[in-house]
Design a protein around this ligand. Structure first.
Ligand SMILES: Nc1ncnc2c1ncn2[C@@H]1O[C@H](COP(=O)(O)OP(=O)(O)OP(=O)(O)O)[C@@H](O)[C@H]1O
Ligand SMILES: [Mg+2]
Length: 324
């Protein structure tokens, strides 16, 4: 059974803008996303800013309620749970944020921050909580000595703060972790260390990650599968090797052709596909394919018919009329 299944998941945000007929307009942040996530995999989500990556992550965690469609966690619809089941689910699904400092309460000590999940979700007594928080510090490679446990978040480096954020996410032994640009604010050496830690923790705790990142090199190094989003829709989903080897969607081709390669000479030699126009507004969706205004391969059906995500090869799905 898949750990998470989402079916035609949709999220619209109402925006207050005066229109001619006084109608409410909507930002179409996530549109008809159907995706299964298997236990133990790391699925990357990539796409330009505003394409709906964070909204998708929050919907899968049940932090936002959908405008349509459903999310199942181990076969159960997460929006139809009893209060008790919901609380249990909260423990099993966690998020790691981009900015570790902003996500940690500056007035609390590390001891308090890491102790809080146990206080809310368990009946453990104080000495047991103390032992559990110290064990968490060790798990993420930080010293559990009292002088550290009594410090506030600002007394740690960016990489250490992210380790504390990860420790907090792991406290209740989750199954599913959304890492939303979790390494993007870190410098290169901290980033490498945190990625290594995330991989080790995955093996140790059998974690499943949804890894949202705009850096394709990072995605390539950590993910087993990649989902490419464009204006709220999935346009291509494939195993990581297949996607970097041969992109089927013209948008994915453009994204990957713009990413730097490890060898700068190879980057210079490569042909780059430049997307000349800006991303269209997510408020007024186009008829047909959403990418057609920027696509260098568009042809007649793209204007009329919206391509659906369909299987092309084993595990490789694409939403493009070129692959019908
Ligand atoms: N609470 C909200 N109210 C209104 N619009 C929202 C809200 N949250 C997100 N949006 C809009 O939904 C769309 C998707 O936003 P989202 O934050 O999911 O994108 P993203 O892919 O995570 O972008 P980034 O890479 O910049 O983090 C954007 O157009 C955004 O402006
Ligand atoms: Mg985001």
């Amino acid at each position: 059974m898949s750990l998470i299944e989402c079916d035609r998941l949709t999220k619209r945000f109402p925006i207050s803008r005066l229109t001619l007929f006084g109608k409410t307009e909507f930002v179409h942040a996530v549109k008809n996303v159907t995706l299964d996530i298997q236990r133990g995999e790391t699925i990357g989500v990539v796409g330009e800013s505003g394409c709906g990556k964070s909204t998708l992550g929050r919907l899968l965690l049940g932090l936002l309620s959908p405008s349509g469609g459903q999310v199942k966690f181990l076969g159960k619809d997460i929006f139809k749970l009893s209060r008790r089941e919901k609380q249990h689910l909260r423990a099993k699904m966690q998020i790691i944020f981009q900015d570790p400092f902003a996500s940690l309460n500056p007035r609390k000590t590390v001891r308090q921050i890491l102790g809080k999940p146990f206080k809310i979700h368990t009946k453990l007594e104080r000495p047991k909580i103390e032992a559990a928080t110290m064990a968490l510090m060790e798990t993420v490679g930080l010293s559990p000595a009292h002088i550290y446990m009594d410090r506030n978040p600002h007394e740690f480096s960016g990489g250490q703060q992210q380790r504390i954020g990860i420790a907090r996410a792991l406290a209740l032994k989750p199954n599913f972790v959304v890492a939303d640009e979790a390494v993007s604010s870190l410098d290169l050496s901290e980033r490498t260390q945190i990625l290594k830690l995330l991989k080790e923790l995955q093996r140790e705790f059998q974690l499943t990650y949804l890894f949202i990142n705009h850096d394709l090199a990072v995605v390539r190094s950590i993910c087993s599968r990649v989902a490419v989003m464009y204006l709220g829709k999935l346009v291509e989903v494939a195993p990581v090797a297949a996607l970097f080897d041969k992109q089927l969607h013209p948008y994915t081709q453009a994204l990957i052709s713009a990413a730097p390669l490890p060898d700068p000479r190879a980057t210079r030699a490569r042909k780059r596909i430049v997307l000349e126009t800006d991303i269209p507004s997510p408020v007024s969706p186009l008829a047909g394919c959403q990418f057609r205004t920027r696509c260098h391969k568009r042809f007649e059906p793209c204007e009329r018919i919206e391509p659906q995500l369909a299987k092309v090869q084993n595990g490789h799905r694409v939403a493009c009329h070129l692959h019908r």
